[in-house]
Design a binder for this molecule. Structure first.
Ligand code: FPP
Length: 247
């Protein structure tokens, strides 16, 4: 029996975020170069996106490249940027055919021109789609996002555009790069690491965290279904007691 049959359609998370980890180790285990792991990870991206859209998930965020990843060896960074361009180029039609909107969150100005251009075009071409949004976190980190938001709000205050007393949690959330996108109910990390690595720190305040030992290139639809079934078995209390929720 597939985990898919155990999914309760009424309790689907609206937004699932994934820290795709383990590409390098996967390749090294096979005696190959790290980039071979990244290339193989594209299949997992495709399968996960298709499965999420078919289930009816509205937002899928993938941590594709962090602010810290710029520190990797030049050759790996270049190869990753090239892979991104190729994948976006190749998959735009699949996004079209599946009515999926592509979005990107992060310091996109830091991306090489050709990557940024390919990305902008795919975003533009898919902007009217509404089955699911596939959000790539690219050159992204939470501390970058929060710092940028504070700079923006400080400027607004200095220019008398806002009264600091107006600032509430809703306002803060909207200044962040994820803006109006709802917070993820479920965050998945692959590769057996129990870390958040500077990812969506504000937005995961109440997310359920799911860690799997699977390395990203081995992650398949069934693994997504399993994570969702696990999520649906949890009681989300948001600070309340069990009794308050079941009364
Ligand atoms: C983490 O594995 C993975 C990345 C930094 C890159 C993820 C990129 C892809 C799957 C390629 C294409 C993606 C899209 C969205 C088109 P790691 O290198 O940190 O692995 P390790 O921890 O084993 O070293």
């Amino acid at each position: 029996m597939s985990f898919k049959d155990k999914i309760d359609q009424q309790k689907l998370p609206e937004h699932v975020a994934i820290i795709m980890d383990g590409n390098g180790r996967w390749a090294q285990q096979k005696g190959k170069l790290r980039i071979y792991g990244h290339r193989s990870g594209v299949k997992s991206v495709r399968e996960t996106a298709e499965a999420a859209a078919e289930l009816g998930i509205k937002f899928l965020t993938l941590y594709a490249f962090s602010t810290e990843n710029w520190r990797r060896p030049r050759a790996e960074v270049n190869a990753l940027m090239k892979l991104l361009v190729q994948t976006i180029h190749k998959e735009t039609k699949t996004l079209h055919d599946n009515n999926i909107k592509l979005l990107a969150v992060g310091n996109l100005e830091a991306l090489p021109d050709v990557t940024a251009k390919e990305l902008r075009e795919a975003i533009e071409e898919t902007k009217h789609h509404d089955r699911m949004s596939l959000i790539l976190a690219l050159s992204y980190s939470s501390r970058w996002e929060i710092t940028r938001a504070i700079q923006k709000v400080a400027k607004m205050a200095v220019e008398n555009q806002i009264d600091p007393a107006q600032i509430d949690q809703d306002f803060v959330g909207k200044q962040l790069a994820f803006g109006n996108i709802p917070d993820p109910e479920l965050l998945i990390r692959t590769s057996g690491e129990y870390r958040i690595s500077n990812f969506m720190l504000w937005q995961i305040a109440y997310s359920e965290l799911y860690f799997t030992p699977k390395l990203w290139p081995d992650f398949r639809r069934e693994d997504l279904y399993e994570a969702i079934v696990d999520f649906q078995q949890r009681e989300r209390r948001f600070g309340k007691t069990h009794e308050q929720l079941t009364k």
